[in-house]
Design a protein. Structure first.
Length: 247
């Protein structure tokens, strides 16, 4: 299992929900954190909480639908000289539930792909070369199990695209100590999932972060977070490494 103490992780969407819980969990393992939200002021609470756990941390902001804003965030991290070892691409947007799905506006696809596919891949492309050069890195991209629901076509299509480009990268890095994985938090009671969801946000921990701790040079796995609910980190990593990689 990877010891993340002293390493640096970037967590997108860290100000609330599962991103917030992931930030607290990573801090408890001694991981330093770069915490993203749309506005740095939204990260004040989580920033205070993780620092209480004795790690270094700072906040960055970016509107993920704006590629220039995403690039500016990445440039800021570089200027600070932060070596990002772990990326948790947690942030996402469920644009709408379209009961009249045959009238889905094309803008649903535009905004969904910008936030759920393009932004996380910009982040991957930015940090992967540095990880490969150093010989270590972990990237966990958050996907969704939504399927056969045209009411959520923009969201589910953008997540399917993220799955595809993530797995395309696996062909280049599998077998190295730069490991890229997917995680599906399940339907949780967050701002995105809504209050009718069956699962508490806490149930997604440690499943949404377990990909940061696996240590077997196998990329391309999908970790369903609900399958790890209630496990210790050590138990979760042991179970995660038994998940068969399709590559």
């Amino acid at each position: 299992m990877v010891d993340v103490k002293g390493k640096w992780a970037l967590i997108t969407g860290a100000s609330r929900g599962i991103g917030y819980l992931a930030a607290l969990f990573m801090a408890e393992q001694g991981c330093n954190l770069v915490l993203h939200s749309r506005d740095e002021k939204y990260c004040e609470k989580v920033l205070s909480e993780v620092k209480k756990r004795g790690v270094e941390a700072y906040a960055v902001s970016a509107e993920l639908s704006d590629t220039a804003s995403v690039q500016a965030m990445l440039d800021e991290i570089d200027k600070k000289g932060t070596q990002i070892d772990i990326v948790l691409n947690n942030a996402g947007l469920q644009i709408a539930y379209r009961t009249e799905y045959l009238k889905t506006p094309m803008s649903d696809y535009d905004i969904s792909f910008r936030i759920n596919t393009i932004a996380p891949m910009m982040i991957c492309y930015h940090f992967l070369p540095k990880m490969i050069e150093r010989g270590f890195g972990r990237i966990v991209n958050t996907t969704s199990g939504i399927d056969r629901e045209p009411e959520q076509a923009g969201y589910s299509a953008s997540k399917a695209a993220l799955d595809k480009v993530t797995r395309d990268l696996v062909a280049k890095i599998n077998g190295t100590d730069v490991i890229i994985s997917l995680t599906d938090p399940g339907w949780c009671r967050t701002d995105l999932g809504g209050q009718m969801a069956p699962n508490a946000p806490e149930s997604a921990i440690p499943g949404v972060v377990v990909g940061a701790f696996i240590d077997d040079k196998k990329s391309g796995r999908l970790f369903g977070a609900q399958e790890f609910t209630g496990l210790s980190l050590e138990e979760a990593v042991k179970k995660a490494e038994t998940v068969v990689s399709p590559y």
